[in-house]
Design a protein around this ligand. Structure first.
Ligand code: COA
Length: 334
């Protein structure tokens, strides 16, 4: 069977920096509250007119260039987002068009903060099965247009930011001397918690899907039970990491870097403490970007590579938890 290498990464964040101080013009909050609870100092928001596809395109182009391939070599697009530009079609087809590639397949993934982990697992399975050779996996989120900036939404609106990240996965012959591979993945869901972190509208199950009355109740904004999310996240992050290590017969000591979904610095710290990970074994950039949902892992991975935190042969774990609840991990030999 063929192995799978990540041969290129890329990311894009909007230029507009929104500090915690700036949020005070819309809601009753403080820099101290946000930093203490989440570790976030600032996030990026798009300027009006920018789309999820614009950010995804920029991240994908960077990954394609980094991989040293032509876009025409892509066999498949896997696109993770909870913020598609339209209700349908999904953003995969928009990226197929904006990249100007042939009529290759485009799969849209709806697994929220775990979307990129699901995407890598899916792309790796496609490649290992022999169906495709080169797959682009993208996570892109334009969240700033969907936030309740009043006091009602302040618990969640201070956490989220915009951005996109991408990776190119390609088949590699183990005989070539390369040790790169996606060694193991774990994917989970638990729908009984669907309403603990969700955005109810527009809802296909409601007549009219969205009405002024429902909007007045704020039901088109994301809602979260922060405490429940926090508690479950720490447990599930740890379980997912343990699962992929066990599947591949790898110990915690051997991990060079954990790239967790950037949900909350306190969650990352709690996971690192439980696993007795050294600071250099964990990547965090939530301080600068906030939580960018499906984009957070590929943005972090792209930055980690550029900072020299990963070299070929290293073991890296991507791990995520989010709305659904969904959670999972990928163990990758870089
Ligand atoms: N600024 C100031 N005060 C705020 C606030 C904000 N942005 N948001 C909420 N508060 C207030 C609350 O209204 C509450 O006030 P009260 O005590 O007068 O009622 C107080 O702060 C404490 O609220 P609480 O919700 O108990 O805070 P918390 O310590 O649980 O922290 C979160 C809230 C959201 C930061 C925390 O629960 C969390 O990080 N959860 C996980 C979130 C996450 O990672 N989500 C993404 C998962 S993918």
């Amino acid at each position: 069977m063929t192995n799978v290498a990540i041969i290129g990464t890329g990311h894009h964040v909007p230029e507009r920096v929104v500090t915690n101080e700036e949020l005070k013009q819309w809601m009753d909050t403080s820099d101290e509250w946000i930093r203490e609870r989440s570790g976030i100092s600032e996030r990026r928001w798009v300027t009006p007119g920018t789309t999820t596809d614009d950010m995804a395109h920029a991240a994908a182009r960077m990954a394609i260039d980094d991989a040293g391939i032509e876009a025409s070599e892509l066999d498949m697009i896997v696109f993770a987002t909870i913020n598609p530009d339209h209700f349908f079609p999904g953003n995969g087809v928009l990226l197929q068009k904006s990249l100007g590639v042939d009529t290759i397949g485009a799969l849209d993934i709806r697994n929220q903060c775990t979307g990129f982990v699901y995407g890598v697992a899916t792309a790796a399975a496609y490649i290992k099965s022999g169906l495709y050779r080169t797959v682009l996996v993208v996570g892109a989120e334009l969240q700033s247009s969907s936030l309740d900036l009043s006091d009602r939404g302040r618990d969640i609106s201070v956490l989220f930011g915009d951005g996109a990240g991408a990776a190119i996965l390609q088949a590699v012959d183990p005989e070539s001397g390369s040790t790169s591979d996606v060694l193991a993945s774990s994917l989970h869901s638990q729908g009984e918690n669907a309403r603990e972190l969700w955005c109810e509208l527009p809802a296909g199950c409601l007549p009219g899907r969205i009405t002024p009355e429902l909007m007045a109740e704020g039901r088109h904004f994301p809602l979260m039970n922060g405490r429940a999310v926090f508690k479950h996240a720490v447990i599930r992050f740890c379980q997912a990491i343990d699962e992929v290590l066990e599947k591949a017969g790898v110990t915690r000591d051997e991990i060079k870097l954990v790239v967790p979904h950037q949900a909350n610095l306190r969650i990352t710290e709690a996971v690192a403490k439980r696993f007795e990970l050294r600071p250099e074994q964990v990547f965090s950039n939530i301080q600068r970007y906030g939580n960018t949902t499906a984009a957070s892992i590929p943005i972090a991975l792209s930055e980690a590579v550029r900072e020299g935190r990963l070299v070929r042969g290293d073991l890296v774990v991507l791990v995520a938890f989010g709305s659904g609840f969904t959670w999972g991990a990928n163990l990758i030999r870089w």
